[in-house]
Design a protein around this ligand. Structure first.
Ligand SMILES: Cc1cc2nc3c(=O)[nH]c(=O)nc-3n(C[C@H](O)[C@H](O)[C@H](O)COP(=O)(O)O)c2cc1C
Length: 329
């Protein structure tokens, strides 16, 4: 095993596919794991029957370690999802917990034998997660697609501060789509990376082709952040629907008033049904670097290859920063 993240998760490369609401299906998770990373099934946006189906598909398609993602919602009953995960506990190596307070859930999943990864967006929350027994911190920067911490801290500043504060391994998430991003994250103190948007633009992801094509053709300014008016931050692709939400948010709506726009079904309409002008789609800021829709296994292998190449190419820095050259040259 190569580092602490590989060791804890039993994987070849410290590359994790983030839990993806609506589009984190079993075939995608298996393809990522077959490529040498950790694929995760997303529970958000799934019925229990569909979740069971995705677990079955993933397990039939790989014998490599798999993960599952659990975004905590204070407004819905988490028990059926938690029970389903526990019923299938021997099929998962790890769980990632995001959104709400992970504290009550960490001991439950650790007792079930899973490694627990907690998504955080600040030093304070990373320390709390470590104290509560998390095995890995996933440090998610504001560049990331989907729901982000309202603190809006970016990855470049956050990883060194979190990795200095905690003793457990830190995985960087947000704005990483290639080997350069991986090497940069490691230089800052991360021991692994989690990618979301890159894995949506893959053959196995169940996102609609219209969504995938938008990702491949998007540029550096393709995303906007919605839900700030209600104290949240969700990074999505610019679209007529997203612009409509931003306009409505200028009127300072209540959560109840905004809900008809931001509810999951509007994500489903665009991301799964492909009616991209009628809903919103999660997307990270580095989307401009995604150029093709490939197999997720190939994406993982390519990322590992690029990370090797980039790290070797940085050998020149030893000369740039050498202290044995004459000054003023
Ligand atoms: C389509 C999409 C759906 C997402 N859904 C979830 C989710 O349900 N749970 C979660 O923890 N993170 C979710 N995320 C965040 C990812 O797991 C990951 O941390 C993030 O995408 C990393 O940033 P990137 O998109 O720049 O790679 C989602 C991201 C995207 C792009």
């Amino acid at each position: 095993m190569k580092n602490r993240v590989c060791e804890l998760l039993g994987i070849k490369y410290p590359i994790i596919q983030g839990g993806l609401a609506y589009v984190g299906n079993g075939a995608l998770a298996a393809a990522v794991s077959n490529g040498g990373g950790l694929g995760q099934i997303g529970t958000a946006g799934r019925s229990i029957d569909n979740l069971k189906k995705q677990i079955r598909i993933a397990c039939e398609s790989t014998d490599k370690p798999l993960g599952i993602n659990l975004p905590i919602s204070e407004h819905s009953d988490m028990n059926p999802v938690v029970e389903t995960i526990l019923q299938n506990k021997e099929r998962f190596k790890a769980i990632s917990i995001s959104a709400g307070n992970p504290k009550p859930y960490i001991p439950i999943f650790k007792e079930a034998g899973l490694k627990v990864m907690v998504l955080t967006g600040s030093v304070k929350h990373a320390l709390k997660a470590q104290e509560s027994g998390a095995d890995i911190i996933i440090c998610e920067g504001f560049e990331a697609g989907g729901h982000n911490s309202p603190l809006e801290l970016t990855l470049f500043s956050m990883i060194p501060q979190i990795s200095r504060a905690v003793q457990i391994p830190v995985v960087a998430a947000g704005g990483i789509v290639n080997g350069q991003g991986i090497v940069a994250a490691f230089a800052l103190g991360a021991e692994g990376v989690q990618l979301g948007t890159r894995f949506v633009a893959t053959k196995e992801c169940e996102a609609h082709e219209n969504y995938k094509n938008l990702l491949v053709h998007a540029g550096d300014d393709a995303t906007v952040v919605m839900e700030r008016s209600i104290g949240r931050a969700t990074r999505v692709l610019k679209s007529p629907f997203a612009e409509q939400i931003l306009e409505f948010e200028k009127t300072q709506p209540t959560v109840e008033e905004l809900l008809p726009y931001i509810r999951g079904v509007n994500n489903r309409i665009a991301a799964i049904e492909g009616r991209v002008d009628e809903g919103w789609m999660n997307c990270g800021q580095a989307v401009g670097l995604i150029e093709s829709i490939e197999s997720a296994s190939d994406v993982v292998r390519k990322l590992a290859h690029e990370a090797r190449e980039v790290s070797v190419s940085l050998g020149f820095m030893q000369t740039v920063f050498a202290d044995n050259v004459a000054e003023n040259v």
